[in-house]
Design a protein around this ligand. Structure first.
Ligand code: SPQ
Length: 430
């Protein structure tokens, strides 16, 4: 029986500062790159969440020594060619990033292994990764011709490919690039829209040479990564929940520090601007090729907007909380070209529409997104998370503006990306 959490914040205002915890995408990659490189890599600002711990667990089973001390991690590796063949199944939990990027890494390694994840992962599509990897010569076997986990990988020699991506996906791009590191020849990946580029940035940070020209990326195989020190910025996808809360909870003023501001992730800022939110940003580049900074946001009147095209990959994980934002904006907000939401931890179009409707929102699902008409006063209700952290956090933020209490089932699912989420809410409630 999973716990139900009652959220009865009695229409507060929000005030104060929150240091945003480490970026999940960058935390995963810091462990993966540190494990591939020979030597000792140190990481600071690591996100100790369930998803990132799944990545660590997989590499420990491959014989890589990893020590965690709060947000600091030390990875001691003899390099990818000296990993041991795991005598257990590699369990990737709820993490699509772990599952897909590990497939790319393991395809060109020297051992055999089997990957499996939780119920949600077992239903997420993997052929988008296994198909290009097979074109590189990878030996992969999985349910429905490599579409679903469990997937068995027998490491082998890979050949470079020229791959035109059919979807905008950083996980697909990253799986191919990580396989390309161990392939013969130069791999070329062409994106249809630019997706988050943490893999490209971290490859450079670990000493690899990579050429990025607009949407085309070239990587020469056979390059060795050099162990290094990685500083991880805070996760803008976590900050997004507080950015929206600051904008919609009356009389609020929030300061969010340590926020990652990589331009491939800042679509939420563009949306806040288009909706007329009141905020300021101070940014700078950190020592690991990632921008970061402080954002101050106050509540203000908002107007509806249209969100689609190249913006979508820059805010794909923020759409559930943007939908809540739109319920408080005057007029229509249209979200389109976002069909990728259907293959996340749950179908996020259906989940967002069903749950916000329960609170009285005027919201309709479309084939590739949703349409929201605001502003609406939201009442209380019993909401479902569908085991999806981003739906759970959206529901919790909705409870800050509802006229009655909200309950959510399975609040524990939020720990995959933001284990201190409820403490951070409590720290700014006035
Ligand atoms: O790792 P996972 O489970 O896929 O996590 C999500 C999330 O909401 O945290 C998506 F469900 O983020 C993905 C993101 O949607 C993380 C990611 C990455 O680190 O490369 C890229 C995006 O996915 P995709 O499919 O667009 O590449």
């Amino acid at each position: 029986m999973q716990a139900i959490k009652k959220l009865d914040y009695a229409q507060p205002s929000l005030e104060g500062a929150i240091r945003i915890p480490g970026d999940k995408s960058v935390s995963h990659r810091s462990i993966m790159f540190g494990a591939i490189a020979e030597g000792t890599t140190t990481v600071e600002g690591f996100l100790q969440s369930d998803d990132c711990l799944s990545t660590i667990d997989c590499f420990q089973k491959l014989g890589v020594e990893i020590a965690i001390d709060g947000d600091k991690v030390k990875i001691s590796s003899n390099g990818i060619s000296n990993w041991k063949e795991p005598n257990e199944v590699l369990y990737t939990g709820n993490s699509g990033t772990t599952t897909r990027l590990m497939l790319g890494i393991l395809a060109g390694s020297s051992g055999s292994s089997v990957l499996i994840g939780d119920e949600s992962i077992q239903n997420r599509p993997m052929r988008r990764v296994t198909e290009p990897l097979k074109q590189m010569g990878a030996k992969l076997i999985g349910r429905e011709n490599g579409q679903f986990t469990p997937i068995a990988v027998e490491g082998t020699n890979l050949q470079a490919i020229h791959y035109k991506m059919p979807v905008a996906s950083a996980q697909v791009k990253s799986a191919i690039l990580l396989a390309a590191l161990n392939a013969n020849g130069e791999t070329v990946v062409e994106e249809i829209e630019t997706s988050r580029d943490h893999t490209e940035k971290m490859l450079q940070h670990f000493g690899a040479s990579i050429a990025v020209n607009d949407k085309t990326i070239r990587l020469q195989g056979g390059q060795k990564l050099k162990a290094t020190h990685v500083v991880i910025p805070g996760d803008i996808s976590s900050a997004a929940f507080f950015l929206v809360a600051g904008a919609i909870v009356p009389n609020s003023n929030l300061t969010l520090t340590n926020v990652g501001l990589n331009p491939t992730r800042t679509g939420i800022m563009d949306v806040l601007q288009a909706m007329g939110a009141s905020f300021t940003v101070n940014d700078s580049e950190n020592s690991s090729h990632e921008e970061m900074g402080t954002i101050e946001i106050q509540s203000s009147a908002l107007i509806g907007t249209e969100i689609g095209g190249e913006l979508i990959p820059r805010l794909i994980d923020e759409i559930p909380i943007i939908a809540l934002l739109a319920t408080q904006a005057k007029g229509k907000t249209i979200i389109k070209n976002a069909e990728e939401l259907k293959v996340k931890e749950t179908n996020r179009i259906d989940a967002v529409v069903n749950e916000l409707k329960k609170l009285g929102a005027n919201i309709t699902a479309t084939d590739d997104g949703m349409i929201i008409e605001g502003p609406t006063t939201l009442h209380g209700g019993d909401l479902l998370t569908y085991g999806d952290h981003r739906i759970g956090m959206m529901a919790a933020m909705a409870s800050l503006i509802t006229t009655e209490a909200v309950t959510i089932d399975n609040p524990g699912c939020i720990a995959v990306s933001y284990p201190t989420f409820f403490e951070d809410i409590s720290s700014v409630i006035k």
